[in-house]
Design a protein around this ligand. Sequence first.
Ligand SMILES: Nc1ncnc2c1ncn2[C@@H]1O[C@H](COP(=O)(O)OP(=O)(O)O)[C@@H](O)[C@H]1O
Ligand SMILES: [Mg+2]
Length: 276
Amino acid sequence: MTRAHVIVLGNEKGGSGKSTTAMHLVVALLRQGYRVGSMDLDARQGTLTRYAANRSARAITVGADKLPLPMHVPIARSEASDQAEAAVDERRRFEAAFDELVSTQDYLVIDCAGSDNFLGRLGHAHADTLVTPLNDSFVDLDVLALLDPDTLAIQRPGAYSELVWESRKQRAIRDRGSIDWIVMRNRLSALDARNKREMGRVLEKLSKRIGFRFVQGFSERVIFRELFLKGLTLMDLAEAEPDQQLKMSHVAARQEVRMLLEALKIPLPEALASAS
Ligand SMILES: Nc1ncnc2c1ncn2[C@@H]1O[C@H](COP(=O)(O)OP(=O)(O)O)[C@@H](O)[C@H]1O
Ligand SMILES: [Mg+2]
């Protein structure tokens, strides 16, 4: 019996690139020949679900062999008005989909909403690897830590850091597992060198204090926004749009996705690992 490695995309902030990164990781893994499941815990916004649906539609025109698809499951929030009842309902929905995907796929990528809710906490507590994309701005850093405005000294952990702390505890209680937490900087600008340097300095200190690794993520590039409607990622351009000349910036962006995947240091699927 194999068990998929679970990658969760989370951050208590909307618009940081969780869904975009989720889709790129899904496709990068699919293109390496793995079976990949995906879950959308932000079914209300449904970005990853739309992305997957756009991709399925695209696969009909370009050919399914050219566009590998994940096994995708959106999990809707419960409509029960009673909070306890809603929690039971959401846990049941989550666990049914999770058990199915984790036992049939090599990797499972879970996309969370940008707010604290029960489904999101469930997702976090099931993570093997947690990836938190972070816009390169002190506004976004605020959910990780509160800083002194003059010295940038860390005053105390932010709301999201506390949520991760709690999730690590939950994960340990559930199966003694641990969560590898990675913060990735997203939408890096080529211009704002000073901000970039100061963010780097604070993240370095913070990573030791609250226990994450931080990696260089993606630069700010228009292409990330353009691919959504077509259901494509940077890993698909050569196969899905062979007539289009691949631009230098696209090659560079694709390289950033590959580097992110490498930096995650996720293990090979159990079946492969035990056979080697
Ligand atoms: N590296 C990037 N460069 C340019 N635009 C980006 C980048 N990453 C994400 N975006 C855009 O930012 C917006 C928010 O991204 P999204 O993945 O939906 O974030 P989240 O899921 O965290 O709310 C989207 O319009 C997306 O296309
Ligand atoms: Mg999203």
